[in-house]
Each structure stands twice: as structure tokens, then as C-alpha cells.
Design a binder for this molecule. Sequence first.
Ligand SMILES: [Zn+2]
Length: 248
Amino acid sequence: MAETNWKHVKDENFSTAILPWGATEAHNYHLPYATDNILAQEVAIRAAGKAWDKKAKAVVLPTIPFGVNTGQMDVKLCMNLNPSTQYAILRDVAQVLDKHNINKLVILNAHGGNNFKQMIRELSLEFPEIFACSVNWWQSTSAKPYFEEPGDHAGELETAAVMHLRPELVLPLDQAGEGRAKTFKMNALKEGWASAQREWTQVTPDTGVGNPKAATVEKGRVFFEKTTDMIADFFLELHRADLKDMYE
Ligand SMILES: [Zn+2]
């Protein structure tokens, strides 16, 4: 949408809005602060383009560049948006869509600290006509076959994807940290059945979680194409879906 114009938009009958949502934060030494924004935007555009070729009327909105980074406040210039602010933004976006009868919304998320599940519940009460959902792009297919060690944050997966999409923004990998992260001492937290926020600077010295060293442009390209195929299929199904007949 950012690159089109009123001439094309005014008569187009969009069924679905795609809202890429990223974050602005340190990504180890070697990846740009906008990593999650680049990934959210490029995945959304590529997947919507593939779906559009099959006649899915999905419009990609501009990327929201700030995410929830409450655990990274002590990392220089990690830009935190509190969850309540994030909901306020989501709500205003939904209000515009509602006004123009676009009643299918996909939040295309690229940041682990963003979690829209509860927000979508609340949104459903305010805008009952809108079907909202969220996709974590990196989870649309298993990363295991594509990477030695995908990693959580600025690891092999994200590094490879940015090397593919914006190679000029990635420092040589010999300048990257190893992304070695500590885990909680307490068992319940370590095993994941108790959950808590991690204090980032106490967990990882280079801000990365996951070793990026095995990342390659080719791995990034193959994974990007696979995930955008998956997500494009979802956009197409959603475009065709009858919101009054969603269950089988
Ligand atoms: Zn990231």
C-alpha cells in the first residue's frame, strides 16, 4: 500500500489487510536494528504478492516498526512499545479497516516479544465484524530441515534471511558474537512450564540468542521462499473464506 496510490486503491475491493509488525532492537553485533521490520515487511509483501497472483485481494499495510521490548530496556536504543500501547495501535488500525468493510486482518509478526493472542480476543469484542489473526512468519514451517541451529534472536535463521534480503546491512560473520545465551537456574522456568521475562543483558553478552555462524545467503533464500509459499496459501484461503462458515 505504501507504494501504490489513490488511483488504484479507490476502486479496489480488498478482502484482507496484512499488517507487518516488527521491532527496533539490537540483533547481535552483525544484524541491523531494523531486522524484524525488514523481515516482517518482506515476508508480507512476498507472500501477499504470491497470493495476489492467484486472485487473493490482500493489501499489505506499512510496517509498525516498534515492538514489545520490556526485557531489553537496558540495551542501548531498543525501542520498547508497551503491550497496552501496542493494543491501542492495533485497535486504531482495526477501526479504519472496519470503516471500509475490510473484515479480515492478518498481523504478520517478526518479533518474539510481540504476542497478539490476547489482543485479538479483546479486539473481537470491539470489532465483532473483523476476523483478526496473527502469524509468526518463522514458525510457518519447521526450521529444522533448513538450518543447523535456527536460534531465537539474531541466530542462523534470522541472519540467513537478512543476508538474502539486505546483504548490504549485514556485517561479515567473523564480527558476530556467538549468541551464547544463559538459561534460568530454576527448573520450572528452564523447562518452560513456568514462564517469565528474561533480562536480556544478563542472558547474553552480544544480545544474540543462537549462533549465526552457519548462516548463508542460500539458506536464507530457500527458507524465505518456503515460508512465503506457506503464508501465501494461508492468505488465499483466508481471502476465500466465508467468515460465517469457518468450522468443520
Ligand atoms: Zn529479530
